[in-house]
Design a protein around this ligand. Structure first.
Ligand code: DGY
Length: 320
């Protein structure tokens, strides 16, 4: 019997997930350094039984149809699945999987890093030093706001948010969260979104991007936040209205923000207004970017492919 054919959409993936696939399947791997365009994805996936893709590869009817009737599984090496047309997959009986859980702790580390960077103005301090700007120790130099003891508001209370809440305990923060289906627990108190925005010193976003959460934090929500507050986003860029955020920062309506995610990623124009704002720290979507976590994501995706092709249930199918 011929080995199943699996398309892998990036040339270099950390860990041994691709080797695992190659031990049982015929792997067709994208070789270019640039991210494959939709038409390239469609060309490569033709005739495949499965595909291991990243979260920013669009999985839509056109891609699924291009693959043909043999396609049984699309495994994302990503927790987020906002680029997936789930109805299209369902009607074609293609199982789509993702990798929740394995990246929660690393992403929580980056959320805490952004809180520290933004409130303690670490980026500004490092830039100043590198630019020869630290000429004397002044009591009012590089002043920021405390992270320890702050009230932290988590929007969404899934695995990443809960990992953030556990870390926050070590910083002596008082933690509250807003999530439709998650009650209070030992680490965090459930509150309404408005109360959370009004009373938190730091608001950290941990919701998936859906039609309900797109633009969730806009001008109105930013205006509810304290002028001394910090907004942190490690979820998806489109959850925040970027122009409204820039306005809030420029007018002093908000103290600071730390973003690991933006709209229209990647962004590489050095003149991008997001990069010039002194009270805004931006990272290039590195929440899960540790060697161990990225390897675990790829391996989990590979195991999902093998499970489905072997006739077993997917380990981590998309919810719902
Ligand atoms: C995820 O897994 O959703 C991260 O944002 C990386 O894509």
């Amino acid at each position: 019997m011929s080995r199943p054919r699996i398309f892998v959409s990036r040339p270099r993936l950390p860990g041994s997930g691709v080797e695992l696939l190659a031990s049982r399947c015929q792997v067709v791997q994208w070789g270019g350094d640039a991210v494959p365009r939709p038409e390239e994805l469609r060309r490569f996936v033709r005739g495949c039984d499965g595909a291991l893709l990243l979260g920013n590869d669009r999985v839509d009817a056109a891609l699924l149809d291009a693959a043909g009737d043999g396609l049984r599984v699309v495994a994302l090496a990503s927790a987020g699945f906002d680029a997936v047309d789930q109805d299209a997959a369902r009607t074609r009986s293609v199982v789509v999987t993702h990798t929740p859980g394995v990246l929660a702790e690393s992403t929580a580390d980056i959320a805490l890093s952004l809180m520290l960077m933004a409130r303690r103005r670490l980026g500004t301090a490092v830039d100043s030093l590198r630019g020869g700007g630290w000429r004397s120790f002044q009591m009012d130099g590089y002043l920021g706001l405390d992270v320890h003891g702050a009230t932290l508001g988590l929007v969404g209370y899934g695995q990443i948010a809960r990992a953030v809440a556990r870390r926050a305990a070590g910083f002596g923060m008082s933690v509250q969260h807003h999530a439709r289906t998650r009650p209070s627990d030992d680490h965090s108190r459930a509150v309404g979104l408005e109360e959370l925005l009004r009373t938190s010193d730091i608001v950290s976003l941990h919701v998936p991007l859906t039609p309900e959460t797109a633009g969730l934090i806009g001008a109105r929500e930013l205006a509810l936040m304290k002028r001394t507050a910090t907004l942190v986003n490690t979820a998806r860029g489109a959850v925040v209205d970027e122009p409204a955020l820039l306005t809030a920062l420029r007018t002093g309506a908000l103290h600071s923000a730390g973003l690991d995610v933006m709209n229209d990623e990647p962004r590489c124009d050095p003149a991008d207004p997001l990069f010039a704002e002194p009270n805004l720290v931006v990272l290039p979507h590195i929440g899960s970017a540790t060697e161990r976590t990225r390897a675990a994501m790829v391996e989990q995706a590979a195991r999902n492919v093998l499970a489905v092709l072997g006739g077993d249930a997917a380990l981590t199918p998309l919810p719902g």
